[in-house]
Write a protein that binds this ligand. Structure first.
Ligand code: UFG
Length: 328
């Protein structure tokens, strides 16, 4: 049985879908703080509970858990600056309790959801895994601390891990049955798509005076199903005896905020009104991943190489569910 912590969230729910599609028995632990009960696959064993709760972990691990995939964390950069203690408690303490339960129940493998935020303002792009990790916010700092905790726990207790540092995750399941629903929404693509849906007047562009060709920030967008595929490959890699690794997941291609809005206009066939706003605190100008290591070690081959295709899957989901899971 594979335990997915945070399996009711955006990325976690796509992961659970993929695991069950592969016929792998799956259990979900999620406190539903930001996840949605409706997003939990009906074939998964589900426990509403918190990773910081030892008894919830005992209960779910009693189902014969052999591997863990860990998504349960707070993940908003801005919020982390306002509430650092919440981030340390939920993310770092949560990892401590989870690893303790894994030691207790003899679970020896974990695939972990890390982030490009561990790099901070990168010294160069594309970023490789050995580049300096110098987070500029508590979110990145807590994810880095969680990675380090796994390293030391492996030394003491032999739990092997793959830490996947994702860049900008986007898109939805191709059939439109699963997708992104955050409240409040802060991510660029879902916010842009609210304009053609008639749910927003316009999209604000946070700064057009960056040192980039069009002055707006550049990001590397990766499809959520490709990400789920990478986790599955990481699990197989660990099951095959692979050594603990830290891997970037991105597309190696950068798109500016303006380019994303232009692409969304093409996909939706509508004009998307935009307005330049001040810079958002803590945004690096460029984040682009070098994912060669993930491709080499895991044999990862992203299926979505085109940002318009990624946006088209998101558009499909948002059109079918303009109010997210509340529309189901
Ligand atoms: N942006 C806008 N207007 C908006 C929303 C976003 O211009 O209304 C811009 C941001 O300033 C940024 C880009 O669009 O330049 C992408 O912003 P997102 O909020 O979609 O994503 P981030 O790059 O800030 O964050 C992502 C993940 C985080 C992760 C981070 C790594 O969502 O979890 O990458 O830095 F930590």
């Amino acid at each position: 049985m594979i335990l997915v912590c945070g399996g009711a969230g955006y990325i976690g729910s796509h992961m659970v879908h993929e695991l069950l599609r592969q016929g792998l028995p799956t259990a979900v632990l999620d406190n539903l703080q930001s996840g949605h009960k409706e997003a939990v696959h009906p074939k998964a064993v589900f426990l509403e509970g918190d990773v910081r709760d030892e008894s919830a972990l005992d209960q779910i691990m009693a189902h014969g858990v052999t591997d863990v995939i860990h998504f349960a964390a707070n993940s908003l950069v801005g919020e982390s600056v306002e509430k650092p203690l919440q981030y340390y408690n939920n993310n770092v303490h949560g990892m401590e309790v989870l690893l303790k339960a894994m030691v207790k129940h003899g679970v020896g493998r974990i695939v972990f959801s890390s982030t490009a935020a561990v790099y901070g303002e990168p010294s160069r792009v594309p970023i490789v895994e050995d580049d300096p990790a110098a987070p500029t916010n508590p979110y990145g700092e807590t994810k880095l601390a969680m990675e380090k905790m796994m390293k030391w726990v492996e030394g003491a207790h032999g739990i092997r891990y793959v830490s996947l540092r994702y860049f900008n995750v986007a898109g939805a399941l191709a059939d439109g049955s699963l997708g992104e629903d955050h409240s409040p929404e802060t991510h660029l693509i879902p916010l842009v798509l609210k304009v053609p849906l008639g749910l927003r007047e316009q999209i604000g562009i946070f700064g057009d005076d960056y040192d980039t060709p069009d002055g707006t920030c550049i990001r590397d967008y990766v499809h959520v199903s490709d990400l789920a595929q990478a986790h599955l490959l990481a699990l197989e890699y660990l099951r095959g005896g692979g050594a603990s690794s830290i891997l970037n997941l991105g597309s190696a291609k950068g798109f500016s905020v303006k380019a994303i809005i232009d692409a969304a206009e093409k996909v939706t066939g509508q004009t998307i009104k935009r307005e330049i706003k001040p810079r958002r605190a803590g945004d690096p100008a460029r984040l682009v991943a070098d994912s060669a290591r993930a491709k080499k070690i895991l044999g990862w081959k992203p299926a979505y190489e085109n940002v318009e295709e990624i946006i088209a899957t998101a558009w499909n989901w948002h059109r079918l569910h303009p109010e997210g899971w509340a529309d189901r």
